[in-house]
Design a protein around this ligand. Sequence first.
Ligand SMILES: [Fe+2]
Length: 253
Amino acid sequence: MFKEEVSNRTNTNLAEKKVKEFVVENFKTAKLFEKYGIDYCCNGNRSLKDSLSGKSIEMNTFIPELEKILGENKNDDQVFSAMDLITLSQYIVNNHHKYVKEAIPLIEAHLDKVVNAHSKNHPELISIRQEFSILSAEMLTHMDKEEKILFPLIKYLVDSKKYNETPKSSGYGTVQNPIRKMEQEHQSAGNEMEKIRNYSDDYKLPEDACTTYTVTYKELEEFEKDLFKHIHLENNILFPKAIELENELLNLK
Ligand SMILES: [Fe+2]
């Protein structure tokens, strides 16, 4: 009986916790949220309970899987949190940005093929293709801004600390301005990704799906996973640390 009470209390605590907090504390939980199509980035401020009820997922099914991951020792996020800001920015560029730049032309070519062959029976493919065009164009500009504006600005802050200097105001004002803009763009990309997920009925393949159709849906799901990781690493780790660093440096005045 006592054991049951403790378990119920633990479940209540978990249910009330924000989805993004799980991911910040343990990046491995991201996989589980992805498995159930729960957005832990743009809509990460929702409680676990609300996120599950929105998806009609049973708490009794979800919690044991979550607890299993929470019990595992290795925590990748600790590795990312321990990285200095320049290394983390480079990691994002070398892994996530590189992946997006390579994946976009491939997915677009596959989508074109699938639209040509199957859109008569599956008109939602046309909407997916259109949405992916919007998303990919936005992502390319977004990453360019991060690489040319925000990440150099973060590097400048790190260097200022290293040389014990107060950073001069850039043309963008405080680092919070470009960060706010990047967060808005993450939100927009997350919304577009969600539309694609909805059009595809959670990437459910129709019975007449050919190999390219199957591959394209898998690629889109992979693209979503990578996007969520990119957003998580920036919104939840890189950006708050950059703001904290700038505040620390400006207080030296
Ligand atoms: Fe980003």
